[in-house]
Design a protein around this ligand. Structure first.
Ligand code: ATP
Ligand code: SKM
Ligand code: MG
Length: 179
């Protein structure tokens, strides 16, 4: 095995991009463990992301994301779904990048909103009066950072299954390229 074989597959993109749902499926297909940042941080804190934002503030949540990134950088290859803001946190992304292949799951704000439906309420940054405008703002601020991924996959016209299939193929290609 070369030094770079067995990198994590890290999925980034807006809330609603499919990081959690497609990530879980592709992890099954690749027989790799799956880790969702939001779920893991909620489990460790014993409360929801919404409660964490309200109690400790967003900056403290971002620090927790950095700490978890440091921890995961030393682990065997997994499929990882960070929260939507992880790639916009340069320290978190730089920590995991050498041990990862990062895929940007691209989705438009309109399609992301359709996909999330009532689950929108669990995303504190989208909880205001105009979630569409909030998502568009997030995309404007983050798009250039998301696009620094190793590969951009447009998910707009793909089902969750199709995204997972494509991710499995991409991972095999990455593994071949890495030797
Ligand atoms: N390609 C897709 N086509 C249709 N529906 C999708 C697709 N990807 C995800 N979904 C649906 O959209 C919803 C949100 O997906 P998911 O929770 O995986 O997004 P996420 O990127 O993890 O968001 P967050 O950053 O908020 O955690 C889920 O109901 C999921 O089934
Ligand atoms: O886009 C974001 O900044 C966030 C997305 C969610 O996954 C959570 O990590 C949290 O609600 C922040
Ligand atoms: Mg998710």
């Amino acid at each position: 095995m070369s030094a770079v074989a067995g990198r994590h597959l890290v999925l980034v993109g807006l809330p609603g991009a499919g990081k959690t749902s497609a990530g879980r499926l592709v992890a099954d297909r690749l027989a790799r463990p799956f880790l969702d940042f939001d779920e893991e941080l909620e489990r460790r804190a014993g409360c929801s992301v919404t409660e964490l934002f309200a109690r400790d503030g967003e900056a403290a949540f971002r620090e927790r994301e950095v700490d978890l990134s440091v921890e995961l950088a030393g682990r065997p290859a997994m499929v990882i779904a960070p929260g939507g803001g992880w790639m916009a946190n340069p320290l978190a992304a730089a920590t995991l990048r050498p041990a990862a292949r990062i895929i940007y799951l691209r989705v438009s704000p309109a399609a992301a909103l359709d996909r999330m439906g009532p689950a929108l309420a669990a995303r504190p940054l989208l909880a205001g009066a105009d979630p569409r405008q909030a998502l568009e703002g997030l995309l404007r601020r983050r798009e250039a950072l998301y696009a620094m991924a190793d590969f951009v996959l447009d998910t707009e016209a793909l089902s969750v299954d199709e995204v997972a299939d494509t991710l499995a193929v991409l991972t095999r290609e990455f593994e071949r390229a890495d030797g």
